[in-house]
Write a protein that binds this ligand. Sequence first.
Ligand SMILES: *[C@@H]1O[C@H](CO)[C@@H](O)[C@H](O)[C@H]1NC(C)=O
Ligand SMILES: *[C@@H]1O[C@H](CO)[C@@H](O)[C@H](O)[C@H]1NC(C)=O
Ligand SMILES: *[C@@H]1O[C@H](CO)[C@@H](O)[C@H](O)[C@H]1NC(C)=O
Ligand SMILES: *[C@@H]1O[C@H](CO)[C@@H](O)[C@H](O)[C@H]1NC(C)=O
Ligand SMILES: *[C@@H]1O[C@H](CO)[C@@H](O)[C@H](O)[C@H]1NC(C)=O
Ligand SMILES: *[C@@H]1O[C@H](CO)[C@@H](O)[C@H](O)[C@H]1NC(C)=O
Ligand SMILES: *[C@@H]1O[C@H](CO)[C@@H](O)[C@H](O)[C@H]1NC(C)=O
Ligand SMILES: *[C@@H]1O[C@H](CO)[C@@H](O)[C@H](O)[C@H]1NC(C)=O
Ligand SMILES: *[C@@H]1O[C@H](CO)[C@@H](O)[C@H](O)[C@H]1NC(C)=O
Ligand SMILES: *[C@@H]1O[C@H](CO)[C@@H](O)[C@H](O)[C@H]1NC(C)=O
Ligand SMILES: *[C@@H]1O[C@H](CO)[C@@H](O)[C@H](O)[C@H]1NC(C)=O
Ligand SMILES: *[C@@H]1O[C@H](CO)[C@@H](O)[C@H](O)[C@H]1NC(C)=O
Length: 768
Amino acid sequence: MKSIPLLGGLLLSSHQVLAQSDPRVASLDGFTEVPDPYYGQSPPVYPTPEGDGGVDKSWQNAYARARELVSQMTLDEKVNMTHGHEGDCVGNTPSIERLGIPKLCFADGPSGIRGQEFVSAFPAQITVGATFDRGLMKRFGEAMGMEYFRKGINVALLPVAGPLGRIARAGRNWEGFGADPYLSGAGMKAVTTGVQDQGVIVQSKHWLLNEQEYRRNPGPEGESLSSNADDRTIHELYVFPFMDSLKAGAASLMCSYQRVNNSYGCQNSKLLNGILKTELGFQGFVTSDWYAQHAGVASANAGMDLVMPNQAFWGPNLTEAVNNGSVAETRLNDMVTRILAAWYYTGQDDGYPEVAVSPYTEQHPIVDVRGDNAALIREIGAAGHILVKNVNNTLPLKKPRYLSVYGYDARLGDSPWENPARFGGGYEVNFGWNTQNGTLITGGGSGTSTPPYLISPFDAIQRRVMEDQGTVRWDFAAINPPVYANSEACLVFINGYASEAFDRLSLQDEFSDQLVKNVATNCSNTIVVIHSAGIRTVDEWIEHPNITAVVYGLLPGQETGNSIVDVLYGDISPSGRMPFTVARNESDYGHLLNSTVGSGPYPQDNFTEGLYIDYRYFDKHNITPRYEFGYGLSYSTFSYADLSVDSLGGNTNEYPTEQVPVPQGGPSDIWDVLFNVTVNIENTGDVDANEVPQLYVNIATAPARQLRGFDRVHIACGATEQVTFPVTRRDLSIWDVVAQKWKLQKGQYPIYVGASSRDIRLTGTIEV
Ligand SMILES: *[C@@H]1O[C@H](CO)[C@@H](O)[C@H](O)[C@H]1NC(C)=O
Ligand SMILES: *[C@@H]1O[C@H](CO)[C@@H](O)[C@H](O)[C@H]1NC(C)=O
Ligand SMILES: *[C@@H]1O[C@H](CO)[C@@H](O)[C@H](O)[C@H]1NC(C)=O
Ligand SMILES: *[C@@H]1O[C@H](CO)[C@@H](O)[C@H](O)[C@H]1NC(C)=O
Ligand SMILES: *[C@@H]1O[C@H](CO)[C@@H](O)[C@H](O)[C@H]1NC(C)=O
Ligand SMILES: *[C@@H]1O[C@H](CO)[C@@H](O)[C@H](O)[C@H]1NC(C)=O
Ligand SMILES: *[C@@H]1O[C@H](CO)[C@@H](O)[C@H](O)[C@H]1NC(C)=O
Ligand SMILES: *[C@@H]1O[C@H](CO)[C@@H](O)[C@H](O)[C@H]1NC(C)=O
Ligand SMILES: *[C@@H]1O[C@H](CO)[C@@H](O)[C@H](O)[C@H]1NC(C)=O
Ligand SMILES: *[C@@H]1O[C@H](CO)[C@@H](O)[C@H](O)[C@H]1NC(C)=O
Ligand SMILES: *[C@@H]1O[C@H](CO)[C@@H](O)[C@H](O)[C@H]1NC(C)=O
Ligand SMILES: *[C@@H]1O[C@H](CO)[C@@H](O)[C@H](O)[C@H]1NC(C)=O
């Protein structure tokens, strides 16, 4: 893989050997001969629906042209296009010069192009989610899309809706937008649109139920974990955000490592042929996660279209399988047609830039793709900061002349460039950052970013103190640093790391907690900033009377220092909201804290909580969190009034109107706006500020409150703004497991509008 370090080295264990000796390899549906113990079996769904463009004109045109090309390809050429090859990119498909088909370059995401120079390190998706701002989500997608486009990258391995955040300590939760399908869906839609508007193919991932790292891959102990979930939970929680991406035109999708109901994600016919390609009318292509293919015939017939990063079980064996009839040639044609249709659909046949991806070790021309994205990164970074404690308006700082800054997370790490492809650490079991590592701007693994420079919190604070003709003191190393009596505030920076390939061992660490407590003991104005790749608990010190303000910075990207200064000094009023639930005690997450360890050769992870994860779980079990989903403070105050519900008509029958073919993303009706819920919000405080009102709905037989609307609105001091939440048919529907349709129940739906999932200001009713 040239000099781009890939996760592959880690992942490629003995599983191929295991998989070959697995009796399921020979069977189409991939599970029939597996011994007990056993949970769900994945129902067989065959054959794969052939992509044909469906109802969409652009897809139809793309298919017509793709078919024309495929009809001119030899069997070997077709097989060649369904697997990865050596090349400069993380994934590469081959060119066919006589037909004008170029190589396609696949590159990691979802917070920027990994492992390249003159590219931006964007905020992680968890920070983008915390903004609760669809406009920023869209601009984030557009800016990233522009960078992938200018580097000539055809397929960007983003955005992420799985993991959703079922397990509090799961290592990759920070790669998603937050632990709620509606919030995640809004992000998926915005980024899919933003990236593909630039001509780059998105690859939404990981499909499906990829909710922990532990035993996601097979190993010496046996097969990977099987995520076992019921049909309704699968639809209402985990498929839901992917639907938004599909509806927005997602042209590819990545199947996941682990098994679902005991069948591997990339050979699970119910997930691929069934839910994705039949029920959701998917026209694009399905790529395996890297090294996630575990059988040849089974994955082909289950609906996988492209294997990465090498031929794995395909190549010559796929040719043989087509020749001996175990894989129909129409299936092979469909794989290649889908790949080329995606290429046409996004307009890549017309003047797409040359690939400009190079290893560090080779001299190469500079291709600077960043434009003015730094300004947007700073803006999103600031908007994603969540103020959770602010006693007596400690913040914003009022031109302090004397500040002290503490903690390893305030400064640049000693040697972040040791492995420049993986800034912020590699694949590591690590739940607290040690004193050498420095400020955290992203998590670890393939989703990490590669900053072109890094404005640390200390750099930006020092610059501001200089402008104010002040004095700054610092100590980044000591756990019991000196406190200066004259200092107006003590800023303590700590973090919580997480990485792909490992789940976290804790949501806090002793070093950081002790540091905070030590400073607070001697400093009556202690302000804590937390950069964390997911949840970070704070109950060790949150009630300490000298801790006057606390801000979660999450993972802001390369402009982190400027973003935190914008917030600390009140250049913007914070409006970020918790994209997950922060518990008082880790044990409050119950069985949703740790990844499932399982045992034996076929470990089982039963999603017995169904729809009740994160705040749905806390609400159901009456557990008071420290910071609930949707929580976040402002420098201003707001009052909510005048809740009204307008019925807009539309189809309120029990089921959506049948459509054949099904439009990508599901039947058109489910996206109809049936109601507009409006409220008036007045800024009753002293500063202009953004407010993030949220709409929660109680659907019969579903969790008490589910997010179904949000907005981030700028409201001038003293002014009132009207906010509208458009409520779609899907927002009110449940998945009917018998009818296999989204069902709109007749009756009354209590609704709640507030500043968080528990800070409800207004209530009302929607009547269907
Ligand atoms: C998962 O559920 C199945 C059946 O519902 C049960 O037999 C099995 O013991 C469960 N596994 C675990 C680890 O709880
Ligand atoms: C998994 O098994 C459950 C329980 O039998 C079933 O409801 C669900 O549809 C299955 N899903 C998949 C993808 O196999
Ligand atoms: C398959 O692709 C590789 C890499 O581009 C190329 O070297 C080889 O000739 C191709 N084989 C066929 C049969 O097209
Ligand atoms: C290809 O098939 C042959 C048997 O036909 C088998 O021995 C070999 O392991 C297969 N290769 C892969 C990569 O699956
Ligand atoms: C056809 O070829 C495939 C790939 O080598 C192999 O797995 C399968 O067993 C073969 N089937 C028959 C019926 O020969
Ligand atoms: C906050 O203000 C109140 C009222 O002025 C005062 O009693 C309290 O001590 C202040 N708290 C802190 C932490 O400064
Ligand atoms: C970062 O922290 C980890 C875990 O504490 C440590 O193993 C690693 O050496 C540190 N990296 C640097 C560059 O100090
Ligand atoms: C606080 O200050 C005292 C002296 O004023 C010092 O002895 C102590 O180490 C400092 N730190 C803590 C955590 O008490
Ligand atoms: C708060 O800080 C002051 C020093 O400014 C110290 O005297 C006091 O003991 C601290 N309070 C606590 C509870 O540690
Ligand atoms: C957290 O919960 C555990 C287990 O219930 C308990 O032992 C511990 O004391 C709790 N910690 C706090 C700070 O409440
Ligand atoms: C989570 O795992 C830790 C070990 O890392 C264990 O000590 C703890 O009991 C587990 N907690 C729960 C709630 O399963
Ligand atoms: C519903 O709200 C949207 C704005 O979100 C607005 O464009 C539309 O006109 C509203 N419809 C009605 C009937 O008020």
